[in-house]
Design a protein around this ligand. Structure first.
Ligand code: PXP
Length: 237
């Protein structure tokens, strides 16, 4: 099981003052030193955290794999096509949301999404689609030409922390992982994963990579990025 570290929230703190620290690029380096398998960042339309300059520097410095989260907005797709990260993860994006609230609706936006997958794949970028663990979304994802899906684990995470019946949500992820793999897709997962809830997801056979941001960066405030990433790696491995 691999770990991708999302470093957006280091930039969120910096942007609170529109200054130069803390530096998300340094967080990426520390995460890699601790042994993570990829660095994830989301260049949002409103640039609320990661900036164009951060992306440029990450492209130059990341030694593992740079996974850029990309909305299907033409400006952002164009930047991704010019930057050529190792991987692009297509995500839905709403201006007022606090975080990515759900998966991409590949069924509803099929033609546009297929076009973006083709554009980015044509540049040699591996493309992943961030979707809800749902059979129709999996089917449509495969038909876009994308080779990877990342399941949104938010519903499981919310149920877990609310003390509700999270087993049902876990079963959905287990079953949808099997379905996606049978269709030849690589399966990743992420969103809302924490030190407390990660083990059950990390135990699912067939998921290859977890992408985690907020919880790791939160812990890093007290322990440092290196220790926070190491501890998460130990939990998922
Ligand atoms: N994966 C994707 C596609 C995301 O959009 C995000 C949030 O930016 C994450 C993983 C990480 O979510 P969290 O910050 O809740 O760990």
């Amino acid at each position: 099981m691999k770990l991708g570290v999302n470093i957006d929230h280091i930039a969120t703190v910096r942007q609170a003052r529109r200054t130069f620290e803390p530096d998300p690029v340094q967080a990426a380096t520390e995460s890699e030193k601790a042994g993570c398998d990829s660095i994830v960042c989301h260049l949002r339309k409103d640039r609320r955290h990661i900036s164009d300059k951060d992306l440029e520097l990450l492209k130059k410095t990341v030694r593992t794999k740079l996974n850029m989260e990309v909305s299907i907005d033409p400006e952002i797709v164009d930047i991704a096509a010019r930057t050529v990260p190792d991987q692009a993860t297509l995500v839905p994006e709403k201006r007022m949301e606090l975080t990515t609230e759900g998966g991409l609706d590949v069924c509803a936006g099929f033609d546009k999404i297929k076009h973006v997958v083709g554009t980015l794949t044509g540049k040699g970028i591996e493309v992943s689609l961030f979707i809800d663990p749902d059979p129709d979304q999996i089917e449509a994802s495969g038909e876009t030409g994308a080779k990877i899906v990342e399941f949104h684990t938010g519903r499981y995470a919310e149920a877990f922390h609310a003390g509700e019946q999270y087993e049902k949500e876990l079963d959905v992820i287990v079953n949808m992982t099997e379905l996606a793999r049978n269709k030849g897709l690589v399966v990743c997962a992420g969103h809302g994963l924490t030190y407390a809830n990660v083990a059950l997801i990390a135990g699912i056979k067939g998921i290859e990579e977890l992408n985690i941001g907020h919880s790791i960066i939160s812990r890093a405030l007290f322990s440092g990025v290196y220790e926070a990433v190491k501890e998460m790696l130990e939990l998922i491995k």
